[in-house]
Design a protein around this ligand. Structure first.
Ligand SMILES: Cc1ncc(COP(=O)(O)O)c(C=O)c1O
Length: 329
C-alpha cells in the first residue's frame, strides 16, 4: 500500500478512543469576526493539555509504541510545542525522551520539557538540531516526527473529528500550517466525517510559507530563508505525507504578514481572554485581516453567513511577549 492509500484508511475514531480521558475535548467558542458575512467559531486547542494540539499526536504515537521502541526511548526535534507534548506523553508512559531544540526556542518551552523529565539537547540552529536528532536515531532511539508521520497525523486529525461533531454545518475550516501535520489530519477527518464540501485552507506566515509553494509546485519546497518570528510555523519544509494529503484535501494556503498574525493574537488575548501564542492565532488572523477569498463570501450576508471554524492551535506564548502585548506595547 503506498503512503497516501495508507493515510486514506487512517482510523480517526480509534485514535479518539485512545486519547479519551488523556487529552481534552476542547470547546468551540463563537467569536465576533468583525465581518457580518462570517459566523466564526474558534476551536480552542490553546486549552489542550500541554497547551497545544500537539498532545494528541504525541499521545497517539507513544501509546502505540512496541515494547522494543519503548525501551529504546523516543527522540524528536522541535521548536517547542511538539517537544513539550512528547516529553509529557513519554513521562506519562514511563518512556525516556530526548527533545532536540534550536537554541532560539522560547525559554519557557525548553524548561517545560525539562520539567517533564526529558533530556533537552540544544542545537545552534535548526539544521544542527536536525543533525543531533538524526544521530540519536542512528544510535537506536525511536523518532516521533512532529508532522510527517501517519500516527502524528492520525492524532492531530481528532481535532477535525471533534469539529465535525460540534458543528456539522461548518463550511470552512482554517488551520495554521507549519509542517502540515494539523491540517492534513483535520482535512482527512473532516472530509471523511462531513464529505468534501467542507473547505480546508491553510494559514501560514508570508516569510515562512511552506504549503502555498508546495501546492503550486506539486512537491516539497525547502524553506531557505525564514523571515518570520512566528515560532511553530517555520519548519524546514512541509512534510511529504502532509503534502500528499493536502494536494487532495486542501483548497489552498493564505499567506499572512507577521503583523496580521500578532494583531490577531492580541485580539484573542485581550478581547477573548484566552492565552494564545502567535502561531495559534494565525487561523483567526485570516478572518480578522479580511483574507478569506472573495469567492467564498459571494452571496453571503448577515442572514446567511459563511460558517467558519478557526483552529486556535496553541497557547504557550513567550511570557515576556505576552506581558508586552497585555501592556499594549
Ligand atoms: C501552536 C502551533 N500551531 C501550529 C503548528 C503547526 O503544526 P504543523 O507542523 O502540524 O503544521 C505548530 C507546530 O509546532 C504549533 O506549535
Amino acid at each position: 500500500m503506498d503512503s497516501s492509500a495508507a493515510l486514506a484508511e487512517l482510523d480517526f475514531a480509534a485514535a479518539a478512543a485512545r486519547l479519551a480521558g488523556v487529552v481534552r475535548r476542547t470547546p468551540l467558542e463563537p467569536f465576533d469576526a468583525g465581518e457580518a458575512r462570517v459566523e466564526l467559531r474558534l476551536k480552542l486547542e490553546c486549552q489542550q493539555v500541554t497547551g497545544a494540539f500537539k498532545a494528541r499526536g504525541a499521545w497517539n504515537q507513544v501509546s502505540l509504541l512496541s515494547a522494543a521502541e519503548r525501551a529504546a526511548g523516543v527522540v524528536t526535534v522541535s521548536s517547542g510545542n511538539h517537544g513539550k507534548a512528547l516529553a509529557w506523553a513519554a513521562a506519562r508512559a514511563g518512556v525516556r525522551a530526548t527533545i532536540v531544540m534550536p537554541a532560539d526556542a522560547y525559554a519557557n518551552k525548553v524548561q517545560a520539557c525539562r520539567d517533564e523529565g526529558a533530556e533537552v539537547l540544544l542545537g545552534r540552529d535548526r539544521p544542527q538540531a536536525e543533525a543531533l536528532c538524526r544521530e540519536r536515531v542512528e544510535q537506536g532511539s525511536t523518532l516521533v516526527h512532529p508532522y510527517d508521520a501517519e500516527r502524528t497525523i492520525q492524532g492531530a486529525g481528532t481535532v477535525g473529528l471533534e469539529i465535525a461533531e460540534q458543528w456539522p454545518e461548518v463550511e470552512l475550516v482554517l488551520v495554521p500550517v507549519g509542517g502540515g501535520g494539523l491540517i492534513s489530519g483535520c482535512a482527512l477527518s473532516l472530509h471523511r466525517a462531513l464529505g468534501p464540501s467542507v473547505t480546508l485552507l491553510g494559514v501560514e506566515p508570508q516569510g515562512a510559507a511552506t504549503l502555498g509553494p508546495a501546492l503550486a509546485r506539486g512537491e516539497v519546497v525547502p524553506l531557505r530563508h525564514v523571515e518570520s518570528s512566528v515560532q511553530g510555523l517555520c519548519p524546514p519544509s512541509l512534510g511529504r505525507l502532509n503534502l500528499a494529503v493536502c494536494r487532495e484535501h486542501v483548497s489552498g494556503a493564505l499567506a499572512l504578514t507577521d503583523q496580521a498574525i500578532f494583531a490577531a493574537q492580541r485580539e484573542l488575548v485581550l478581547r477573548g481572554g484566552w492565552t494564545v501564542e502567535p502561531a495559534g492565532a494565525a487561523s483567526a488572523a485570516a478572518v480578522l485581516a479580511g483574507a478569506i477569498p472573495a469567492h467564498l463570501l459571494e452571496g453571503r450576508s448577515a442572514r446567511r453567513p459563511l460558517r467558519v471554524v478557526a483552529v486556535v492551535s496553541g497557547g504557550n506564548p513567550d511570557p515576556a511577549q505576552l506581558e508586552e502585548l497585555r501592556r499594549g506595547r
